[in-house]
Structures are given as structure tokens and as C-alpha cells.
Design a protein around this ligand. Sequence first.
Ligand code: DQA
Length: 148
Amino acid sequence: MKAVHCLNGPNLNLLGSREPELYGSATLDSIAADLAAVCAARGIVLHFRQSNHEGDLVDWVQDAGRKGEPIILNAGAYTHTSIALQDAIRAAKAKVIEVHLSNVHAREDFRRHSYISPVAQGVILGFGALSYRLALDACIALAMASES
Ligand code: DQA
């Protein structure tokens, strides 16, 4: 695996100050730094992005899928609403690991449905910032398995 994309949806730019009792105290920058350190040690290029706009996420999914590069995706609230993101993942045949900081199944009912899960390779949720690290480990393990 030469590159990995970590794409973050709406309001995740506010991590650290946003409902820390749900999402923890780590900022998105600190999560990016953690992933970047792991990637640098392995010679993997990390494309770490955040947008509050659905279309940006669709563009980035298409781009990663075109290049055959895996995606760690926390689509935020678009997880529960975005047919466009599901379509983009399907169309681009993108390899996606869905990530959430919080355990969405232990929250409001509307968070229990994900448009991403049916087209994801797997889902990691509920471990706070560690969810991202676990997703990166999974990405690396899957890539090694498919390369050997
Ligand atoms: C989230 C869970 C979503 O339901 C919520 O809308 C978010 C964050 C999480 O990481 O726990 O924005 O994706």
C-alpha cells in the first residue's frame, strides 16, 4: 500500500471542543498526527482531509477509488443520510473502512442506520480516537494480505 486516505465529514473539525463526553478530547489535528507517524514509519503517504460539504467527500472518494487507494471514512452525520456517498463508494469500487469515535448503536435511533456500512469492508466504532488507529492497522493488514 503506497497511500491511504482518511476522510472526515461535517463538524469533525470541531473535535476536542465538540461534545467531549461523546467524542473525547483529541482534536482532528492530533488524530492526523498519530496516523501520519504510523504512515511515515511504513513509507505510506497519508491524505488526511475534512470537509463540512458532502460534495467534497464524494469527490475525494471518487479520487481515491480511481487510484485504487483505501479510505478510512468518518462521514459524520452524512453516514446516516448520504445516498450520494454510498453511490460514490459503489461507483468507484473504493475500499472503505467506516469509522466512528462514538458507539452510534448506543445513541439515538437515527444513528443506528448507516448508508456507508453496506458498502464498507468493515466498521470500527466506539473507541474514540483509537478507532482511527485501529482502522489504519486494519488497512495495513488487509493490504499486506492482498500483496502477499
Ligand atoms: C460520528 C457519529 C455520527 O453520528 C455523528 O453525526 C458525527 C460523529 C462519530 O464519529 O462518532 O458527526 O461519526
